[in-house]
Structures are given as C-alpha cells and as structure tokens.
Design a protein. Sequence first.
Length: 399
Amino acid sequence: MNKIYTYILILLSPFLSAEDSIFSAAEIKRIKSMSPLPEIPLDPTNKIDGNKKAIQLGEAFFNDWRFSRGEEFACATCHRETDHFTTSRTDTDVEIPTLYNMAYNKWFFWDGRSDTLWSQTLGPIEAGIEHNFSRTEVAFLMHSDIEYKPAYEKFFGPVPDFSDPDRFPQPAKPSSDDVEANRNWQSMTKEDQFLVNEVFANVGKIFAAYQAQLVSPKTTFDVYVEGIKENNQEKLSAISDSAKRGLKVFVGKGQCITCHSGPNFSDNSFHDMRLPKFTEKKGIPGARAVGIGKVKDSIFSANGPFSDSPRSKHLDELSIQAGDEFKIKTPTLRFITATPPFMHTGQFRFLTDVVDFYSEMKGARAPVDGISPEMTPRNFTAQEKKDLLEFLKCISERP
Ligand code: HEC
Ligand code: HEC
C-alpha cells in the first residue's frame, strides 16, 4: 500500500507544489518551519497574562508619562506604534529593539539580563537614561491614583498605604548612580521593601500583559508559505522570483536560519557576530556574560519570590562560557527593513551593509582564543546579495 501511495505522490509531485523545482525537500521543510507565527503563548510566571482587562490597563500604563521623573517619558516615546514599536534616537546606549513578538522570547534585552517580560519592564522604569523613576514612586502612584488603584486591586488585592514618607521615601531604589534614591532605599525596613517590591513586580505584570499582545502583522512571505502548504498558485506568486532565490540563500548557503530560526526568526540564543569595533555608541560591555550575572542576581527573576510559577530550573543550568562577553541575542527579522539602523550598536545604516558584512566580514574582530567562530564569511555573489535583500523585504511588508 505504502509503495503505491509513494508512487502516486511522485507522479503528482509536479502538481503538488510548483516550488519543488526551486527547493529541495529539505529546504521546503525548513521554509515551512518559518511561518506562521503560532498563537501567543501565555507566560506562567505572570498570572494575569492574556487577561483582557490587564491588557487594556497595560496599554494605558505604556502610554502614561507619569511613570517617569518629571513626566518626561512614556514607553511609547521610544517604542512607537507607528514605527513598529521602536524608533531611532541618539541618546540611548544601544539601539531600541522592536517590541513585536516579545511573547515568543525567552530572554529580554540584547544581553538577556531579564528572563520574563514583566521583570524586563521594571528596568526602563528605573533606568537613569530612561524613565529615571523609582519603585516607591510607582507604589505611591498605585496607591493614590483614583483609576489605577481599583483596577490594580481587582487583580492583586489591596494596595498597602504608601503615603507615609518616613516609611516609604520618594524616590527610593537600589541604585549605583542615584545616591539619594539608593540612600532612601537602604533606610527602609526589609518588610517595607518587600511591600514595595511586590507592587512594583505586579505593575510590571500589567505592562507585560499588553506587550505580550504585540505581534508583527502578516507578511507576503507568510502568504507564500500558505501557498506552498496549500499548493495555491495565486499565493505562490505573493513574492518575486528574486525573493525566492534569496529565501534559498537564507535557508541554504547563507545559513542564516541556524540562528534566525522559526517563525520569529530567532533561536532565542546569543552569538558573537565579531562585529567591527564601533565607537559612536557604547554598546553593552560584557554582553551575555554580564547579562547572565544580572539575571541570576535579580530578585525579580522567574525563580524569585514574585514569580507566579517559581519552579523553573533554567537559571541553575546557566553558567558563563568563554566568549559570552561578545554574545548578543538573535533579534527577530520580521519588519526588519522598517527598523534601521541595524545591530545593537546601530553601526550599519543600510541592510546592504549587513549583508556585505555577513559576506566578506570586512574588519571583523578576531575570533575569541581557542573557540571556533560561529560567524565566518559567506562569500555571496552580487546576485545572491540582491536576492537576499529581496527576501528580507518580503518578511517586512503586508500582503
Ligand atoms: C529612552 C528610550 C526608551 C524608553 C523610554 C523605553 N525603552 Fe524599552 N528599550 C530601549 C532600549 C535602548 C532597549 C535596549 C536596551 C538593552 O537591551 O540594553 C529597550 C529594550 C526593551 C525591551 C526588550 C526587547 C528585547 O528585544 O529584548 C522591552 C520589552 C522594552 N524595552 C519595553 C519597554 C517598556 C515597557 C518601557 C516603558 C516602561 C520602555 N521599554 C521604555 C529604549 C527605551
Ligand atoms: C551565528 C548566528 C547568526 C547567523 C548565522 C546570522 N545571524 Fe543575523 N544576527 C545574529 C545576531 C546575534 C544579531 C544581533 C547582533 C548585534 O546586534 O550585535 C543579528 C543581527 C542581524 C540583523 C540586524 C537585526 C537588527 O535588528 O538590527 C540582520 C538584518 C541579520 N542579522 C540578518 C542575517 C542574515 C541575512 C543572515 C544570513 C546571511 C544572518 N543574519 C545570519 C545572529 C546570526
């Protein structure tokens, strides 16, 4: 029986998919693994993830300037919806990543120094160059705002009374560069610090509920993959021949898919791209090596007291390896043409610069001693480069 089926399949194969002439069976399998984005997974460490009311409240927080010193910043200042939840600014240490598809990530920030979306959020709220706010101020806002207080309490129960400035001074946070806020924090009792930390973490969970919903729109590439799966001629013509050749380079000779894998084009891991030295922006000294130390030390980690599912062992297994000091998280490539400049340093202004670098690796840093480098020159032809760029367009445009 099986033999007959195989025979019929072989006979029918020219009709099953017109793409068989371009791609091998192995390549078709890889291409199918790149689309569509699955349903948004729920984060077990955040018990309100996916809750409609929490998503709405999170959106209000995301756009509210009052979570910053002098009401100077909202998250939306840097992560603008109209700019695919990023924007280009010169005053940040590193490029601002898009917030598309955060729910599919395992690690957050370029160096992965957070292991949940809600704990990530607490970073920019207190960071000196971002919101420059503090956790006692966040706690007080939840206690004093007539709209936020009842909304918060629906999820997490009563907000403690944070109005006594002797017990809960403002600003107060553990900080190495804000002396006053750090002194205030150290003056508080352990019990009061815990009350503040708990509300702070919960506020992060509300922000995260909204951010987890931000998924990149469907692209012409997704239509094309539907075409392969359904053998639908119209859908198969959603992308150009040049883009199809570029896709072949992406999953073949270029080996882009080894790191930019799956529907979100990321393996959720960290790699040393051996980028040429670039001084205009500071970058992240220590990269993943420092990120690992920070996530292990954080009381807001997925294993910590504020996690709603603190059983995960992922941090115990984590240890710093040689070369980690240069490793950066693989970012998504969805809507990549719309979000220049490129790399965490922003050192490439155009996508052609990125592709040229991957091809020739001009100026690349020498590999770390004793480790065989993951990134080696791909030596693309001029045509392959052009095709690859055409492919990157198809994962950046709506049908
Ligand atoms: C001043 C600009 C600025 C503001 C304001 C800002 N961010 Fe960011 N955001 C950045 C930069 C820069 C990074 C990358 C930092 C890094 O990785 O070290 C980032 C990273 C992130 C990430 C991680 C993305 C990834 O790929 O891992 C998330 C999530 C995020 N921000 C959410 C927020 C939220 C929520 C707020 C508001 C509370 C906010 N940001 C406010 C600039 C900003
Ligand atoms: C060894 C893993 C690896 C391989 C292979 C790889 N990439 Fe990347 N890619 C990364 C990492 C990690 C970054 C982020 C580096 C940084 O910001 O310093 C990145 C960044 C990028 C960016 C910029 C993203 C942004 O948001 O700025 C583009 C575009 C890109 N890669 C395309 C490709 C293409 C095309 C190929 C195949 C020719 C490829 N990559 C191969 C890991 C990889």
